[in-house]
Design a protein around this ligand. Structure first.
Ligand code: FE2
Ligand code: FE2
Length: 305
């Protein structure tokens, strides 16, 4: 399916012809310049963060809404919140590292729309995020967790579809991170330094999400018109799998182990099939990206969510 399509001209350049797109891009570039902060010098890192405080609100914990949370004393839940926070930030490290390399590969490609200036800001901001999330994990957790999230992009698609899928994966990743940023960043129970990290991240991410929605709205029809039926079906399945892997990565057995909770692998399995957790994924955590993707004609609500 790939070889015949790859020989055709790429149609993504027509995005440049839309004046509304050009002006939105210009606005995002000027906001990035106005709101630029040097996080390398401006974050003052405390020597340590206390284990007996919330690092995430209890409602964001992977056990919330289940009998497992009810049987854990508050001190245990607070310790779990520390390691779930380290896991969430580790996922940001991993996701942003992949995103940086994928975004760099788009720069100045002659067959792509002229999004290069904004992509430079995107890369600049993600580079700083990657640094402060890794710094946080290493200072306060002594490690960056690694997950099995890599290698979702095993298949080959035509150029238009690859472009669309790249930004779709980025949007899903950023919307999930954004959910944590907004809730934890606005919750006074969360220890102030962690809250601040969420707030700093959200300030940039809101622009990235706006960009993602704009570029996906522009490129969806082009990508789906360029692809054959089998490729369209494979593209939707690819994104469903990406969503599923993203959800599973929030239930990292190592974070249960580091919190002193036994049988983390079994707990992960029980939680992933728990009706309260499924409800949380679909109705809260993924609500915005699922709704947006539906609006552009892609149903990502797979059976296993
Ligand atoms: Fe980021
Ligand atoms: Fe981002």
């Amino acid at each position: 399916m790939q070889s015949t399509i790859a020989m055709q001209a790429c149609d993504l350049r027509q995005i440049d012809e839309d004046p509304a797109f050009a002006s939105r891009l210009e606005k995002l570039v000027s906001l990035s310049r106005e709101r630029h902060i040097n996080t390398f010098t401006q974050i003052e890192w405390p020597d340590f963060l206390p284990d007996d405080q919330w690092w995430l609100p209890p409602e964001l914990l992977s056990v919330y809404g289940t009998e497992h949370a009810e049987t854990m004393p508050e001190q245990q839940l607070k310790l779990l919140s520390k390691w779930e926070c380290i896991n969430q930030f580790s996922l940001n490290v991993e996701g942003e590292r992949e995103l940086l390399s994928a975004l760099s590969a788009q720069l100045y490609a002659p067959d792509l729309p002229h999004i290069d200036t904004y992509i430079h800001h995107f890369i600049d901001e993600e580079n700083k995020h990657l640094w402060f999330f890794a710094e946080f994990c290493r200072r306060y957790g002594g490690k960056v967790y690694s997950s099995k999230k890599v290698n979702v992009a095993g298949e080959r698609f035509c150029r238009e579809m690859e472009f669309f899928l790249l930004f779709a994966r980025i949007l899903i990743f950023e919307e999930i991170g954004g959910y944590y940023n907004v809730i934890a960043g606005g919750d006074e129970r969360v220890t102030p330094f962690v809250r601040m990290i969420h707030q700093i991240h959200h300030a940039d991410e809101a622009r990235h999400i706006t960009f993602g929605r704009t570029i996906l709205s522009q490129s969806k029809e082009i990508a789906f018109a360029a692809a054959d039926p089998a490729e369209r079906e494979a593209a939707v399945a690819h994104l469903q799998r990406y969503v599923q892997i993203s959800i599973e990565s929030l239930y990292q057995p190592a974070m249960y182990r580091d919190s002193g909770i036994e049988a983390g692998v079994a707990l992960r399995r029980k939680l992933l099939s728990h009706p309260a957790r499924r409800e949380h994924h679909v109705s809260r955590l993924l609500k915005r990206p699922l709704k947006f993707m539906n609006e552009i004609g892609i149903n990502l609500e797979g059976q296993t969510l």
